[in-house]
Design a protein around this ligand. Sequence first.
Ligand code: GDP
Length: 295
Amino acid sequence: MFDNLSDKLDKALHVLKGHGQITEVNVAETLKEVRRALVDADVNYKIAKDFTSIVKEKALGQDVLKALKPGELMVKLVKDELTKLMGGDVAGINLSGDPSIILMSGLQGSGKTTFSGKLANFLKTKKTKKPLLVACDVYRPAAIDQLHVVGEQIGVEVYSDRDTKDPVKISQDGIAYAKENGFNVVIIDTAGRLAVDEVMMTEISTIHKAIQPQETLFVVDSMTGQDAVNTAKSFNDVLNFDGVILTKLDGDTRGGAAISIKSVVNKPIKFIGTGEKMEAIDVFYPERMADRILG
Ligand code: GDP
């Protein structure tokens, strides 16, 4: 995960990690390299620039050059700021409803259906919940089948209705079904499209208004870099979602989405997807991620 970025940051911080004398010049040089590494990893230029400015300011404020271990202090400042940029604290999901309704949003192929299954499985095993999956992608019959396959795999029931093309009705009927049958979490998988368009946005916002979920999650493919951030912005403008799910972090992803998304939409990353299997889900810990990035 983020091998390229980690390598570059490691090189950038090399001097500060005790391999040479630390001077004002090489602190500035290091931060420039850090900025370059972030931009190369698809972090938006302004975010990368602000990031290094803040680190620089803190370094000056703490008089890094006079510190006992200036290199270590600088690395710590970078790590703390990276953690903050990615969200600071761990963000949980709201399961206070009865049933708790979780709405999935995102583009086609982002990993919504897979993640819906992963989350149902996670809640079932880790939080002893009884989830119901609801199939609201009415455009692709294969999408409904896919959710049923996922449901069978993890032993979670799937509600679907192939007789209607109305996703609002299906989601409402699914919630009613959950209430009647003792499910305490309802995960609603919706239709995405290949790019942001008005039809998709109108549909998802109509479902959102009709069912008033406790959690609206935006699922995004981390491999799409800056596009991931732009798509997040479009969905957030319409849905004001509660959290981000970053998928495909097991691939050759550069890291820009993980680092930038929080500061662009001001919503936390809640979970990450790290593979195609149902177990490949992790709670997102900003500090652990910063540790991983900095190696
Ligand atoms: P949807 O159209 O948003 O419902 O996306 P899908 O759930 O169908 O996922 C699209 C593709 O991405 C499928 O082939 C999934 O197996 C794959 N996928 C989903 N999440 C992950 C992940 O975290 N890692 C990897 N490597 N593949 C994933």
